[in-house]
Every structure is written in C-alpha cells, then in structure tokens.
Design a protein around this ligand. Structure first.
Ligand code: PLA
Length: 406
C-alpha cells in the first residue's frame, strides 16, 4: 500500500475550551471536576433538561400534524418573531415598524458566523473590534467570515474590573464605520459588565463615531436572572433608531446546547432595507448549510409562544442563575475560611456563568495535575459546574495552588 495522501498532515491542537472536556474525560480519578466549558450542572453534578423543554417536546411528539419537511432558508417564522421580541422587547418600535431582519441560525456561533459573512460581503468597513479578552472563538469566527479582527481594551487585571478609559480610548480611535463586538451581558471570560451609565456612554461614542454595534447575546437571563434586565444594553442601542446586529443563543438560557438553536437579528433604519438585507442573508446561508435544523426551533417557539410555558421558563431560568450566584458566595466563604492569601471578592462581584479567578497558567496546570480540577488556562472557571459538595475540593486546590506557587 502506498502512503496516505494525508501522510504529511499535522496533528492539530485541541480547542482551548472544548479540549478541556476531552482531557477531563480521559482522567480516571473519581474526584475529578470539570469547570472548563460553560455548561449548567445541577447540585448533583448532572446536566439539566428544563421541565418546560420536556413539556414542549411532549407537546410536539403528541401532535401528529408535525412534519419533518425542510424549514425555509431563514428558519421557522414563529421562532424568528418570538426571538426578536425576547431580545428587543415586546413593545420595540423597530419590530413594530418591521425594521428587523431575523434569521434562525445554528446557535450563537452560527449567528455570529452568518452575520460576519454578511458584513464581509456587503459592508464598507471590514474591521471588527473585539474586547480583550473575549470568548476564544470570536477572532476565529470573524476571521473565517472574511473580516479583519482588532481588539479594544476591556479588562484591567490590576483592578479586576472594566478598563473603561481604555475602552473609550480604543473605540474613540477606531476608524469611522468599524464594527464593534459587544457582549450583551455576562462578559465571557471576565464576568465584568459595564454599568448602565457606562453603556450609555459607550452608545453615545458608538453612534457619534458611526461604529456598527454587533451584540453577542449568549447569556440572556443568566447574568441577573431577569430576561429584561439582561437585554437592557441591546434595547438601549435598538431604541435610538440606529443599526445594530444581535446574535442570540438558546444554548444556555434554555439548556438547548446540542440542539444548536439561535438567531441573528439585524435592526435596520427602514423596513425596505430590512427586507433587502434578509434577501441577502439567504444567499449567505444557502451555500453554507442550506437551511437550519427544525427540532430546537420548535421547542423554543412552543415555549415563547405559550404564556404558561413562558412563565414557567422564567422561573426555571431564575433558579439556574440563583444557583450560580450562591456558588459564588460559597466559594468565597470557603477561601476566606481557609485564609487563602489574596482578595477574592471579585468572585461575588463578577456575574454570569464564569469567574475569572486571576490564577495563572502554571497554577491552573498544578490544580489539574494534583487535584484533577479542570479549567481553561486563562484561569476561568465555570461556576455552573460547581455544587455545594464540590466547593471544598475546589477551595483546597485553589489554596494549594496559591500558597505553593505564588
Ligand atoms: N458567545 C459567547 C460569548 C459564548 O460564551 C459562547 C459559548 C457562544 C457565543 C456560542 O455558544 P453556542 O454556539 O453554543 O450558542 N461559550 C461556551 C461554550 C459556553 C463554547 O466555548 O463553545 C464556553 O465555555 O465559553
């Protein structure tokens, strides 16, 4: 047999986030803890399928009129309408004036990718500014979509807070028209969000410089427990009449990770432009994956369009957010009780799924080797993967990492 035509191919590295799970799965130790990927776990450490999702699925299987035909290129119409309402608000003028083009995409990632490629094809500015740091997939998604990626200052390690001055300076110096990626809430990986007053300043700068805002909304409801509060920054931008892109994910807030359900919404200045934008989005989507998957969109649409299920969902969502918040308090108390050196108050100040601990790559490596605690090398831990039972183990590991290799 001759050599494979691929014999020269190099072994690719694992993904910095999803690769953590690969390593965790190979570890035979029974005390191991996976705090890498942001996936919600119950107090028992189990993945959670929401009750409302089970009910919606039951409704769907019991309905014999449901068929499995292809969806249109833009996805399920009822899902698109309800998704736009969820992020922009039921009374949004942009929706009432039919100025929003919404297309169902493959979760948050797919929505970012479709939006990025649309911009690369049709927008005069090809540069997108992303925060430093940001979700590790952002630079790759936008580069492969055909945009050129630059960063703006976001996080200040010395205060473990927002680098607001740096943010304003960097966006102030961006070329007019540049695209700006903004995390709608629960910034990943830092857990640091601007205040509402700071958002207003950012909005004024973005509009005065004619920058184009592109929101990544992957955690609506997870930051504060309230869908409305977490959508506030996006609504401030949509309300001023200017253009705005939003990529929405239902992975976390409905626990539909593997169903890959999300939406891209583009707020335009007129309904005529919105309908032409939608026609061009179809030309981006059709050669990429033709049309989106059916099942997840039906689940979301069933929940969002039924007031009982919707109300039940908000309660379950609040339950998840509250459990994460209580993990923050418990972890802080555990470290304080051990007398772990350093100020750990950022654990309760940060919001969303993650704590950006400030642990360095060496300490992260130590915790993995000695304590079988898995997290990303930037020191991010998924609070949603913790439970009252596992907090002592994490606190022991952090204490040992900090005291033995400060
Ligand atoms: N945007 C942000 C800011 C995210 O954190 C994630 C997921 C996505 C988009 C994409 O999610 P979706 O495509 O599944 O809707 N971030 C996770 C998972 C939770 C991942 O890396 O894929 C994370 O652990 O950071």
């Amino acid at each position: 047999m001759s050599d494979s035509v691929f014999c020269q191919i190099a072994q690719a590295p694992e993904d910095p986030i999803l690769g953590v799970t690969v390593a965790y799965n190979k570890d035979p130790d029974s005390s191991k803890l996976n705090l890498g990927v942001g996936a919600y776990r119950t107090e028992e450490g189990k993945p959670l399928v929401l009750n409302v999702v089970r009910q919606a699925e039951q409704k769907l299987v019991n309905d014999p009129t449901r068929i499995k035909e292809y969806l249109p290129i833009v996805g399920l119409a009822d899902f698109n309408k309800a998704s736009a309402k969820l992020i922009f608000g039921a009374d949004s003028p942009a929706i009432q004036e039919k100025r929003v083009a919404t297309v169902q995409c493959l979760s948050g990632s797919g929505s970012l990718r479709v939006g990025g490629e649309f911009l690369a094809r049709h927008y005069h500015q090809k540069t997108i500014y992303i925060p430093d740091p940001t979700w590790g997939n952002h630079p790759k998604i936008f580069t492969f979509a055909g945009l050129s990626v630059k960063t703006y200052r976001y996080y200040d390690p010395s205060t473990r807070g927002l680098h607001f001055k740096g943010l304003l300076e960097d966006l102030g110096n961006a070329a007019s028209g540049s695209i700006v990626l903004l995390h709608a809430c629960a910034h990943n990986p830092t857990g640091v969000d601007p205040t509402i007053d700071q958002w207003e300043e950012i909005r004024q700068l973005v509009r005065s410089k004619q920058l184009l805002p592109f929101f990544d909304s992957a955690y609506q409801g997870f930051a504060s427990g309230s869908l409305e509060a977490d959508a506030k920054p996006v609504r401030m931008f949509a309300a001023d009449g200017g253009e705005c892109f939003t990529a929405q994910s239902f992975a976390k807030n409905m626990g539909l990770y593997g169903e890959r359900v999300g939406a891209l919404s583009i707020v335009c200045k007129t309904s005529d432009v919105a309908s032409r934008v939608e026609s061009q989005l179809k030309l981006v989507i059709r050669p990429m994956y033709s049309s989106p998957p059916l099942h997840g969109a039906c689940i979301v649409s069933t929940i969002l369009n039924d007031s009982n299920l919707y109300n039940e969902w908000t309660i379950e969502l609040k339950g998840m957010a509250d459990r994460i918040i209580s993990m923050r308090t418990q972890l802080l108390e555990a470290l304080q009780a051990k007398g772990t050196p350093g100020d750990w108050s950022h654990i309760i100040k940060q919001i969303g799924m993650f704590t950006f601990t400030g642990l360095n790559a060496e300490q992260v490596g130590f915790m993995r080797k000695e304590y079988h605690v898995y997290m990303t090398s930037d020191g991010r831990i998924s609070m949603a993967g913790l439970s009252t039972k596992t907090i002592p183990h994490l606190a022991n590991a952090m204490h040992a990492a900090v005291t033995s290799m400060a």
